[in-house]
Design a protein around this ligand. Sequence first.
Ligand SMILES: NC(=O)c1ccc[n+]([C@@H]2O[C@H](COP(=O)([O-])OP(=O)(O)OC[C@H]3O[C@@H](n4cnc5c(N)ncnc54)[C@H](OP(=O)(O)O)[C@@H]3O)[C@@H](O)[C@H]2O)c1
Length: 242
Amino acid sequence: MFNLEGKKALVTGSTQGIGLAIAKTLSEYGATVFIHCGSSEEKAKNISSEIKNSYPVCVNLLEEDAAEKLYAATGDVDIVILNASVQIKKKWDEITEEDMYKQFDINVKSTFQLIQKYVPKMKENSWGRIITVGSVQQYKPHKEMAFYAATKSANMNIVTNLASQLAPFGITVNNIAPGVIATPRNEDALNDDKYRDIVLSKIPAGYAGESYDIAGGALLLSSDAGRYITGTDLIIDGGMHL
Ligand SMILES: NC(=O)c1ccc[n+]([C@@H]2O[C@H](COP(=O)([O-])OP(=O)(O)OC[C@H]3O[C@@H](n4cnc5c(N)ncnc54)[C@H](OP(=O)(O)O)[C@@H]3O)[C@@H](O)[C@H]2O)c1
């Protein structure tokens, strides 16, 4: 049910954290995986040399024609996991237009354009998996991440829209909403005792998740085990959204 032999997967932002755990997991279950980075080319190459059937590919998703370039580099794939994102933390009335464009371009525009690129072949194959990576902030937005949270909610709306349009073609479209997951992105924040205690007090399970907590959900949605799941928001957050 979880076997991914013969499938190709692209995981954006897979040089560390959640994306890396997803890429490793999909590879373990048989998929050929593209390890994608924005800038850390050496890191992507090194990681790829350690993961069976994987290839590094670096395209900065802030570039104008990023989706075109990434698609040209990978060719068609069966599974697309749109995990890369940018998060800018500022008070809501201090967020600049540049901050907005940056977060919108990577978190929403490139997500949408990449889906546009990869879907035609999935339709031809009558099989495809699209997963966006959102956030618990769709439900509980952080006061200093108002625009970032909005981009994550925008993705869920895209998922809802496309899931019904693509279901007749054997393509599922889902979102995973992680809660607080210990990754390099929030390492400093979680190492701050005071901040960590505040964060943990908001998680019913009482602890921050690991990247592999998200990878399990991604495997389910990527495989035939998840073939009847579409248009859903898989919240993996130790109950934080409740
Ligand atoms: N960690 C959490 O607690 C948490 C909670 C909720 C949601 N999420 C979401 O989960 C996803 C992964 O989070 P994470 O914490 O694992 O992230 P992370 O540690 O910050 O890693 C981000 C990845 O995205 C890539 N990336 C960043 N900017 C890019 C750009 N301009 N173009 C292409 N790639 C770029 C990075 O590669 P380079 O370094 O090469 O650019 C890296 O591989 C994100 O969508 C995040 O919003 C995370």
